[in-house]
Structures are given as structure tokens and as C-alpha cells.
Design a protein around this ligand. Structure first.
Ligand code: ADP
Length: 629
């Protein structure tokens, strides 16, 4: 008795994608099916540990068979198997809605990328098979069931005959098509190659009967055929091998297979540490941030093994947030196999390992920065923001560890480290200067940078939201304080120059007071500028919060952050003709005109900063009135 059922809509779509796939790496179907088999055996192994069934790891194996004449490839495991319900729920509905959701957003993305990035599990079998049959018997069950499907039309489930627990997957391999060679999936040499490539570290033997020729006994040049059962995978995890045995290509390939990343990693760290914490770690620094890296759904963590057995897929406690981009695994004999998540959090051993890993990662990054600047810049483009957050979020506590890994673009051209900046500082230069803006082009055009630039001082360009916040937490670099080009005291002028400005301000106190009054609620004061040379006006700020920080905070979802306002100062260039005009109006006691001018100047300064002006219509009307005078 068999029942025919339809696939759920989503599964149907995924299946369609698989069947018509133009993906060139169809061969990954074998990796997917072998991984499923291995998972099923892990499940049985864990079950047997808790229930004392007497089953051990050495009883378990994956068997591959090819039958060229029938065009069948068969994968058998003696894992936990599936009940009838499980067959239906696991194979009739696909859990990988994540990959489909992704496809929806990027309708144009080829299925190629999705398959490459996510793997698609069981359904990938349909890339190479015209029919898939699954015969499974759950551990402890009496009856076996058979699931059969030839694609989108649906599947049938019926009772079946099977002696042992576990699952057998029978693929009817497609016929060769014009440009597609499916025959190769029936060639034992190809299967061997695929197992080596994708499944070499599977911890259960993957066995296949292979035909060999051997010299006939008693004869020198006659051969006869014999069948030998070979184990195709080495089973030794790559991290257990010594560094000298491994090539960069092998390291990279392992990374790509294990973490489903298309791109080669930028660097890897392979260490074995003995002492207070004994562990082997194989870590990678990716070359690109995953698409969800800066989102809530991203989960940091390393795989955690206890003597070669995976105990946790993403152990977050092994990585500080600022190194959350690191991928890889840790294998330690010090951890017990059935340690629970809660216990792990308090595990002393784990803390020691985490600490030592943090140091290794830091050193590796320093090495990269020193020896391969191009690669490091690529790294920094992808993950630099995370390092800056690391300093900011710790209120500067991580400063000593991280500041030398930071880089900023600067007026010197390209990226600079802080150490390099300081080494280029002029003898009389007191501060490390920085300017903030939404782009480098915008920053370079800022009036506030004029005087600093004129002195020949280098300026760090802050284009990242977190930059100013980070620098505020760092305070100084080896005693050299950071200074915004918009700060009230730039440390540029001589005492005599300061006196001069002070005097000019006193002479025009009435004018400035009047302007401040007219701009009340908008600026804290109107002053003469010490940083402008040719531009008429600019906005600067006093106190902890800069105009740039206000901008960042007001863009945050948190309503309260919107109340944070910089104490703005409107600066006027005493060398600009507009100042003479203002003085003249004041002498004429033309208060209305001064109010109008103050308003226009303030709006202009806001525009230069990239801030919105309150009333654009009023602003343009005023300008036009003046233009028509
Ligand atoms: P995934 O393995 O990522 O969960 P798959 O589509 O590959 O997705 O498989 C779906 C589910 O089917 C698995 O989670 C597992 O429960 C079940 N399954 C697949 N293959 C086997 C197998 N060989 N033995 C037991 N269960 C299996």
C-alpha cells in the first residue's frame, strides 16, 4: 500500500531549481548526502551514549555502491534512520527556507550562488538523479519505509523491506545530456575523487567495493580481477595533521568546504598549545564579511571539538565580539564530551583557551598588517568597523590591544596606522587632527580643515559613524591627544594671534551678542574663527558631543538619542568681506538685517556640514531677496 503526496510549495520551488540547475558543481550532491549520513550516525551515537545501547562508533560506516548498467548510485548508512513521519516531514518539506528567502530578495541571483553559499542538502540529489529512492528504518522500529520521488510531481511512501536500522539512498542517475556528463557519477574513480575532495574528514569510514587487477598466481604477465573494499576517506581531521604536511591550497579548500565560503580566506592560523590549556585551533580570517555580518541574525562562534568529536557548532564564548568575524574550530582534550552549554559558559578551561586564541588572532593580524599591507587593507575594509566598536564598547578598556590594528584614511593619501601618523607629525604639532564627514570628498572640502592643512599637518579622515566615538574613548595615542578640526582650541595659533582675535571679539561684542540672541536655541555663541582662511563661516562645537556625533545619534532608532545635541558655535571669518558688512550694519543699528544675515549664515554653515536646514523655503526666499537688492 503506498500513498502519493505533494510537496509543500516551497519545497517544490527548491526542487524545480535543483532539477533545472545550471550549477556547474553538481558534484556537491555527494557531499550533502554523505554529511546527512554522518549526521544520522552521530545522532545514533549520542543516543547510544545516553541509553547504553552498546553501539559504538566502530560499528558505523557509510557504504557507496555504483552500478553502471542500471545507472544507480547507492549511499547506505547504519545511522539512526527515519520513521514514516520523519521521512515525510524531513524530505517532503524543506527547512532551508533561509536560502529561498534570500533568493526572493535577489530575484536575479542565479541559483548558482545559493547552492554555493548554503548547500541545499538532500534535494541536491535531484541535480544528478531522475529518481530518488530512500529506504529507511528508524533505530528500534520494526517496519522500514520507502520514499520515492521523480521530482516536482510529488512522492510516494510505502512499507519496505530492510533488515538493519539506517538509511539507503538510491539515485537513478540522469542520462547524459548535450553538455552535461552524468556518466561520471557512475565511475568509481570519480566517486573516490569526490569523497577525497569533500568528505575526507568525515569521521566514519566511507567504504566502496573497488575492482582491482592483480597478477594471477603462478603467472608473470596474466592478471585477474579482484574486488577490494576500500575506505575512501582519511578520517584524520586536517587540524590534527602537522603544518608541514599541509599546503595553503589544502587549508583554503578545507575552509571553503567547511564554511561554505566561495572566497579564499585572507589568512589562517593553525596552532597547537599545551600547558594551562591544551588545544589545537584552526582559525581563518575571511576576506569578505558575510552578507548578514552587521545584522542581528549574525552569530559569532567557533566549532568546538572534544578530541575530534564535535560538541558545539558555534561556541560564541571562544571569541570576543571584536573578532567575531573569525571562523574556525578548536579541538581540546580538556573538555568533556557531554558538557552542557550552561556548564561550558563557566568552564575555566574554555576561558583560558579563549584568552589565548584572542592573542593569536591579534598577533596574526599584526603580522598581516606588517607583511602584507594590501591584504590587511582588504581585511580592514571588511572588518575594521568591528575593531573600532570593540574599543568603543569597552569604554576604551581594549584600547591597548586594538589601537595598533586600526587604520584611517588621511590627507596623506590612503590608509595610515596611528603609529605611522605620529611618526610623520611635525615637531611643533601638538595633536593628532581628525575631520569627520560622510565621504572623503566632503571632508576635503570642509572649511574647518583649512588652517590645519595650511600648517602642513596631516588630518585623519573619519567616514565611519563610530570613528569619533572610538577616538573619544581612546583619548590619546602614546600621549598625543586627538583633536577635531572643529574643536574650540586647535592649538594652532601663537599667543599673539590669540590676543588679536580676543581683542577683535571684544571690539565687536555687541554685534556677536546680537547675533547670538537672534540665533538663540540654535547656537550657543557666535564667534570669530581661528581656523578659516578664505571661507566665510562654519559650525563647530564645544563640549563632548560634536556636530558629527549629533548626526549619528539622530539617525539612530533610539528616540532618546535624538535629544542629544551638540553645543554649536557659529564661526565667522574676520578676513572675509561679510564680516565688514556685518560690522557696517551694526554701526547703522540695522537689527533686522543682522537677524536676517545671521539666519542665512547659520543655514549655510549647516549645509556645509551636511545637516538639514529647518526651513529651506525661508532660506531660499531670503537669499533671493538679497540677490535682488
Ligand atoms: P539538513 O541536513 O541541512 O537538515 P537535508 O535536506 O539534507 O537538510 O535533510 C533534511 C533532514 O532529513 C535532515 O535534517 C535529517 O533529519 C533527515 N535526513 C536526511 N538524510 C538522512 C539520513 N541519511 N538518515 C537520517 N535522517 C536523514
Amino acid at each position: 500500500m503506498s500513498e502519493t503526496k505533494e510537496f509543500k510549495a516551497e519545497s517544490k520551488r527548491l526542487l524545480e531549481m535543483m532539477i533545472n540547475s545550471i550549477y556547474t558543481h553538481k558534484e556537491i550532491f555527494l557531499r550533502e548526502l554523505i554529511s546527512n549520513a554522518s549526521d544520522a550516525m552521530d545522532k545514533l551515537y549520542f543516543k547510544s551514549m545516553s541509553e547504553n545501547t552498546g553501539i559504538t562508533r566502530s560499528d558505523m560506516a557509510i557504504k557507496l555502491e555504483v552500478n553502471k548498467d542500471d545507472r544507480k548510485l547507492i549511499i547506505t548508512d547504519n545511522g539512526i534512520g527515519m520513521t514514516k513521519d520523519e521521512l515525510e516531514n524531513n524530505l517532503g518539506t524543506i527547512a532551508k527556507s533561509g536560502s529561498l528567502a534570500f533568493k526572493n530578495e535577489n530575484e536575479k541571483t542565479e541559483d548558482v550562488n545559493i547552492i554555493g553559499q548554503f548547500g541545499v542538502g538532500f534535494y541536491s540529489a535531484f541535480m544528478v538523479a531522475k529518481k530518488v529512492t530512500v529506504i529507511s528504518k528508524a533505530y528500534g522500529a520494526d517496519t522500514a519505509y520507502m520514499w520515492e520521488s521523480e521530482g516536482v510531481d510529488g512522492y510516494t511512501i510505502s512499507e519496505a523491506q530492510k533488515d538493519d536500522h539506517g538509511t539507503q539512498i538510491i539515485l537513478d542517475i540522469k542520462d547524459n545530456a548535450e553538455e552535461e556528463n552524468y556518466d561520471e557519477f557512475l565511475a568509481p574513480y570519480k566517486i573516490k575523487q569526490l569523497v577525497k575532495k569533500y568528505s575526507d574528514y568525515i569521521r566514519y569510514p566511507i567504504k566502496m567495493d573497488v575492482e582491482h587487477e592483480k597478477p594471477k598466481e603462478g603467472s608473470e604477465n596474466e592478471y585477474e580481477k579482484e574486488i577490494v573494499t576500500e575506505t575512501l576517506n582519511s578520517m584524520t581531521p586536517i587540524w590534527k595533521k602537522s603544518k608541514s604536511e599541509l599546503t595553503d591550497e589544502e587549508y583554503d579548500q578545507f575552509y571553503k568546504d567547511k564554511f561554505f565560503d566561495y572566497d579564499k580566506p585572507l589568512a589562517h592560523i593553525h596552532t597547537r598549545t599545551e600547558g594551562t590549556a591544551t588545544y589545537t585551533a584552526l582559525l581563518y580570517i575571511p576576506s569578505k564579511a558575510p552578507y548578514d555580518y552587521y545584522s542581528k541574525s549574525f552569530e559569532k562562534g567557533l566549532q568546538l571539538y572534544s578530541s575530534g568529536v564535535l560538541i558545539m557548532d558555534k561556541c560564541g564564548d571562544l571569541l570576543p565580539d571584536y573578532f567575531s568575524f573569525v571562523r574556525g574550530l578548536v579541538d581540546s582534550e580538556d573538555l568533556s564530551l557531554n558538557i552542557s552549554r550552561e556548564m561550558l559558559q563557566h568552564d575555566r578551561q574554555l576561558k583560558l583557551i579563549a584568552k589565548s586564541l584572542e592573542k593569536s588572532i591579534r598577533n596574526e593580524l599584526k603580522k598581516l598588517q606588517k607583511n602584507d599591507r594590501e591584504k590587511y587593507e582588504k581585511f580592514f575594509d571588511a572588518f575594521g568597523t568591528q575593531l573600532k566598536y570593540g574599543i568603543y564598547e569597552s569604554f576604551g578598556a581594549n584600547k591597548e590591544d586594538l589601537q595598533d590594528l586600526l587604520m584611517f584614511r588621511s590627507s596623506n593619501g590612503g590608509y595610515t596606522t596611528l603609529e605611522e601618523y605620529v611618526s610623520r607629525m611635525k615637531e611643533e604639532q601638538k595633536y593628532i587632527y581628525f575631520a569627520s564627514g560622510s565621504s572623503i570628498a566632503r571632508i576635503e572640502a570642509l572649511p574647518q580643515t583649512e588652517m590645519v592643512r595650511d600648517k602642513g599637518y596631516e588630518i585623519l579622515y573619519f567616514t565611519d559613524h563610530v570613528d569619533e566615538f572610538t577616538v573619544q574613548m581612546m583619548h590619546d595615542y602614546n600621549g598625543k591627544e586627538y583633536k577635531s578640526v572643529s574643536a574650540d582650541d586647535l592649538g594652532l595659533e601663537t599667543e599673539a594671534e590669540k590676543e588679536e582675535i580676543k581683542k577683535a571679539e571684544e571690539d565687536n561684542k555687541g554685534l556677536f551678542d546680537l547675533m547670538t540672541e537672534k540665533l538663540s536655541g540654535k547656537v550657543k555663541a557666535v564667534k570669530l574663527s581661528q581656523r578659516l582662511k578664505t571661507h566665510p563661516v562654519c559650525i563647530t562645537s564645544e563640549g563632548m558631543l560634536s556636530v558629527e556625533m549629533e548626526k549619528v545619534l539622530s539617525a539612530m532608532p533610539d528616540e532618546q538619542a535624538h535629544n542629544a545635541k551638540a553645543e554649536k558655535i557659529l564661526e565667522i571669518n574676520s578676513a572675509h568681506p561679510i564680516f565688514e558688512k556685518l560690522k557696517k550694519l551694526y554701526a547703522e543699528d540695522n537689527k533686522d538685517k543682522i537677524a536676517e544675515y545671521a539666519d542665512i549664515l547659520y543655514s549655510q554653515a549647516l549645509l556645509i556640514e551636511g545637516m538639514p536646514i529647518e526651513n529651506p523655503v525661508d532660506f531660499t526666499n531670503k537669499l533671493c531677496t538679497i540677490m535682488s537688492e
